[in-house]
Design a binder for this molecule. Structure first.
Ligand SMILES: [Zn+2]
Length: 648
């Protein structure tokens, strides 16, 4: 946990123009900066950055927020990841909040594993250039594969010396604990003996998104058939194979940029393509594709292109894994390499532009690919064709988006020369079957749980809520965030004198709503209100930056929206007029907003009372009616007050 002071420090130090400027070319326009929005496609810039307010706002797609929001949105970081990124950029030391001894212990354990893994990666990499055996065997191998030095260094490739305890001895001499050498799997301990897991192998370190080394793959260079080709680090506290994609740390930004991720099989496929300038490429490295890996890709793009080498048997074996990708709602394309080539060898034999061209031209939609492949195998046999339909529709049924589903049905029925309705019937059968299966699975997991029937498809028209206070709530929150410290002056005439009361807007709103015990129905608005109320209770009146730089990211994002309008950001001379007008009328605006919300709430209450009156037993009718009358009077009073404000 990063403590609140550090968060505050980061938010205050980070300059929005610098943070955005790392990713977007910005041009000065008045007090603001303007550029092309990185979040939607546009030709004329409508993406505005206001250094004064410390926020960005796109008038095309509506995205906006402070520096942290930008980094989260653009880099697909979590909130803590975004804060850490900014802290690094501005050299701010992160003060982590105090943790329990157990948390510290667990963190220290993990950190120790990272340390020893990093140490090992650097040692193996050093061997490659600075050790006789490393140079003669390891480096020669990589050079024969055509890897350039900069690529070798970028991927931290290395070599493990062919001795029993070379690495273990070196690590222990450097003060590394035997315990961590064992738990990372770098050292194998049997009875009292220790020896290196990786011996006489070239080393591929496996890194996470931020580049930390988690584990290793070691490839043998021996021709001996009994030696396994690859030895890999075992699962550890930091290395969970199913969560990791090889190359993701280098590919991340390119995947976002190209909105596509190439998926290959091996380490060398990733490296060769990378060297050929195809950067948006990762490998599932050793494991068959897992849901976690698919979700990791989905953070950056919805498009996967899987590169295949080999025969149709191998590809058919991969169909199951690809169905999982469809199920996650991603769009899958397939590229099949020519006979005898894999991505690695192909990339080595061709120029970068040729590789790019080949991938572009040969990417085929997976559903169509599967349909054609299976259709070829039926040889016109009608029985086989019937089975094929089942298989194709099985894949289509997994796609969550119904519109995409129906597009596929149409296209596949054309490929198969069949009526679309035939496929549709099959699809409905499979849906039914999948549903029954899910129910059975649920029943097996939680027998006591009552099974809920599937939700009806959402209908187009949502019921209109006559008593919604959304608009009124929003208006109050806007005034609260925009003019928290503006002073409202009220004059109250008594018999003898005129008394003047002054309140800052924030205190006035908080007191007024608290007095009537009113709550916001929108939970984010309520959160803003509670946060402001807490500050006021602690004797501080919030200012504009209190909301804009609030550590709660929902609050800061909302503030960015509330504090901007097209006029304000685009034309500062108009700002003054707009703001001045509303600021002048502020006492009126605030009272109006508060009364409007109250009116709505009371009207709803009145409506509910009317409903209960209809069902009430005779004995309760009188008291209810008297309550209702009082309520009606109250409503009329507020309505009159509102009218006075409007007429003034
Ligand atoms: Zn935009």
């Amino acid at each position: 946990m990063i403590d609140t002071n550090t968060i505050q420090n980061i938010l205050e130090t980070a300059r929005i123009d610098e943070v955005v400027g790392d990713f977007v070319t910005l041009k000065k326009r008045g007090a603001n900066l303007l550029g092309l929005c990185p979040f939607h496609n546009e030709k004329t810039p409508s993406f505005t950055v206001s250094p004064r307010l410390g926020i960005y706002k796109c008038f095309g797609c509506g995205k906006g927020g402070n520096a942290v929001n930008f980094v989260m949105e653009h880099e697909h970081f979590s909130y803590p990841e975004a804060l850490k990124y900014l802290a690094r950029k501005y050299n701010i030391e992160i003060q982590e909040e105090e943790q329990t001894p157990e948390q510290v212990q667990a963190l220290n354990e993990q950190e120790s594993l990272y340390h020893v893994s990093d140490f090992a990666a650097r040692y193996f990499a050093d061997n490659l250039y600075n050790h006789g055996q490393g140079r003669a065997i390891g480096l020669t191998y990589f050079k024969e594969r055509g890897f350039r030095d900069d690529i070798i260094k970028k991927f931290m490739l290395g070599y493990a010396i062919d001795e029993w305890t070379n690495f273990t001895d070196h690590a222990i001499a450097n003060g590394y604990d035997k315990k961590y050498l064992e738990s990372t799997g770098l050292t194998i301990v049997k009875e009292d003996k220790m020896y290196d897991r990786f011996r006489g192998r070239v080393i591929f370190p496996i890194q996470n998104i931020s580049g930390r080394v988690l584990g290793f793959g070691g490839r043998t260079l021996s021709v001996d058939k009994k030696t396994p080709k690859y030895v890999n680090s075992p699962e550890s506290e930091i290395y969970h194979k199913s969560n990791v994609l090889y190359g993701i740390n280098h590919a991340r930004t390119a995947i976002i940029g190209s909105d596509n991720c190439f998926l290959v099989e091996g380490y060398t496929d990733v490296i060769s393509l990378h060297q050929a300038g195809i950067i948006n490429v990762v490998a599932s490295s050793g494991t068959s594709l897992t849901t976690e890996q698919i979700k990791l890709i989905k953070r950056y793009t919805r498009n996967i292109t899987i590169l295949f080498d080999g025969d149709s048997a191998g590809i058919k074996a991969a169909f199951r894994g690809i169905d999982m990708v469809l199920e996650e709602g991603l769009d899958v394309k397939i590229v099949l390499f020519p006979e005898g080539d894999d991505p690695d060898s192909f990339a080595r034999k061709h120029r970068s532009s040729e590789v790019e061209d080949f991938l572009h031209k040969n990417a085929v939609n997976f559903i169509f690919f599967k349909t054609r492949l299976l259709l070829d195998e039926t040889n016109g046999d009608p029985l086989k064709k019937a089975a094929l339909i089942g298989e194709i529709v099985q894949s289509i049924a997994l796609i969550p988006d119904k519109i995409v589903q129906s597009l596929y049905l149409k296209e596949c029925s054309a490929i198969l020369h069949m009526e679309e309705t035939t496929l549709m019937n099959e699809l409905n059968k499979i849906r039914r079957r999948n549903y029954d299966r899910k129910i059975k699975e649920q029943a097996a997991v939680a027998p006591e749980k009552v099974l809920v029937p599937p939700k009806p498809e959402p209908t187009e028209s949502t019921e209109f809520d006559f008593f919604s206070t959304e608009y009124q709530e929003k208006d109050i929150i806007r005034l609260l965030m925009r003019y928290p410290q503006h002073v409202l002056t009220f004059e109250v005439k008594t018999d003898k004198e005129v008394q003047t009361y002054e309140f800052p807007v924030a205190s006035y709103i908080v007191n007024d709503l608290r007095r009537d015990e009113l709550h916001f129905r929108n939970p984010i608005f309520q959160k803003v209100f509670d946060t402001a109320a807490a500050a006021i209770d602690a004797d501080t009146i919030p200012d504009e930056t209190f909301f804009l730089y609030n550590p709660d990211k929902e609050i800061s994002a909302l503030a960015a929206t509330m504090l901007t309008s097209r006029y304000e950001l685009n034309d500062w001379s108009r700002v003054k007029i707009v703001v001045k007008n509303e600021a002048d009328r502020l006492p009126m605006a605030v009272t109006h907003a508060l009364l409007s919300m109250k009116l709505r709430v009371l009207e709803k209450k009145f409506d509910e009372m009317l409903a209960s009156l209809k069902q009430a037993p005779d004995s309760e009718i009188m008291p209810l009616m008297s309550q209702q009358r009082k309520l009606q009077q109250k409503i009329e009073r507020i309505a009159q007050e509102l009218q006075r404000i409007v007429l003034r």
